[in-house]
Write a protein that binds this ligand. Structure first.
Ligand SMILES: Cc1cc2nc3c(=O)[nH]c(=O)nc-3n(C[C@H](O)[C@H](O)[C@H](O)COP(=O)(O)OP(=O)(O)OC[C@H]3O[C@@H](n4cnc5c(N)ncnc54)[C@H](O)[C@@H]3O)c2cc1C
Length: 315
């Protein structure tokens, strides 16, 4: 008898808020989702301590606990979870066609629907204690963690649009903001620069690098080297924000899906459809702007609903 491989309806790649949110919606709509966790089970929130801005947690919640709850909730509706990474994909161009998802050279899952929720990763500057103190004073997201430093001194690294937007945001909350820029000019737009120069609590340090993070169990300060003057200064701060960019996790989709010039997956405006039929994208992997847990979970829900509609059209 010829062995016929089962073709799935819904494979979700990624286990952050977007992945689990789409799993819950897909499972409850009888799509029997398979979720592949990837190299970072639980996603980026597992690298932080307090999540204070997710709706429904008046006291805030620890990032790891939050993602454990998301997993539990997806399992309650029988989502099948595979603790592996996707190695490569071959996506069909045909409406109703079957896509192939390879976990390694031999193991392949076939599915008519895919939800890509592979997120992004923040670029780091590569100095000692940067990773160790993530969530303990070091952060990659001012919107997420700025409030923890209300009325305190902080520093932000970067000279592009994101760094200046975040510096602006922090200047409203914090007492003093050191804006540390590697070059002797900003890459950011003129309008953002105009707003930065107007703020009197932002101290701009051009031609500067952070060379050391000070503190034993959490961040207490930093050393800043000025390349032009050849001098080093120490500043004591409660928060260090790294805003030198994000890398979307789209390497495996490079020749399969339409990506923008930064590597983010392009989706149909206001929807989650990608350039291939039956393939939907949710969360940070398609969102260079908001990059929040709640927006990721929101688009995860949208992707599951979009996939459900697609499957009903091409049964
Ligand atoms: C330190 C830090 C603190 C933050 N704090 C907050 C906060 O307080 N509030 C807030 O709203 N947001 C916060 N954020 C942002 C938030 O974490 C992200 O917006 C959110 O996690 C994005 O969710 P996502 O599901 O799109 O992707 P991610 O959380 O990035 O998850 C991506 C998933 O894809 C998987 N994956 C990647 N490649 C593959 C592959 N080839 N095969 C299989 N799986 C793969 C990974 O393993 C991971 O599970 C923070 C981010 C950081 C870094």
């Amino acid at each position: 008898m010829l062995f016929k491989k089962k073709i799935q309806d819904c494979v979700i790649i990624g286990s952050g808020p977007a992945g689990y949110s789409s799993a819950i919606y897909a499972a409850r709509a009888d799509m029997n989702p398979i979720l592949i966790t990837g190299f970072q089970p639980g996603g980026q929130l597992t690298t932080t301590t307090d999540v204070d801005n997710y709706l429904g947690f008046p006291e805030g919640i620890n990032g790891n606990d939050f993602m454990k709850n998301c997993k539990k909730q997806a399992e309650r509706f029988n989502t099948k979870i595979i603790n592996q990474s996707v190695n490569h994909v071959i996506l069909s161009n045909k409406k109703g066609g079957t896509h192939r998802i390879f976990l390694d050279k031999k193991k392949c899952i076939e599915s008519r629907g895919i939800i890509v929720a592979t997120g992004s990763r923040p670029k780091l500057i590569g100095i000692n204690k940067e990773k160790k103190f993530m969530g303990l004073g070091v952060s990659c997201c001012a919107t997420c963690d700025g409030f923890f430093h209300k009325d305190k001194d902080v520093a932000i690294i970067g000279g592009g649009d994101t760094a200046l937007e975040e510096a602006n945001y922090l200047a409203k909350i914090c007492q003093k903001v050191y804006l540390i820029v590697r070059k002797n000019y900003f890459k950011a737009s003129k309008i953002l620069q105009y707003h930065i120069y107007k703020k009197n609590n932002i101290n701009i340090l051009f031609c500067s690098n952070v060379t050391e993070i000070i503190g034993d169990s959490f961040l207490e300060g930093i050393k800043i080297f000025n390349k032009k003057k050849g001098t080093t200064q120490t500043v004591f701060i409660s928060g260090l924000f790294i805003a030198v960019g994000h890398i979307p996790n789209t390497e495996i989709f490079q020749n399969e899906l339409e990506l923008d010039k930064r590597g983010y997956i392009i989706v149909k405006k206001g929807k989650t459809m990608t350039s291939k039929p039956g393939v939907f994208a949710a969360g940070d992997v398609q969102d260079p702007d908001y990059r929040q847990a709640i927006t990721s979970a929101g688009t995860g829900c949208m992707a599951a609903l979009d996939l459900e509609k697609y499957l009903s059209l091409y049964e």
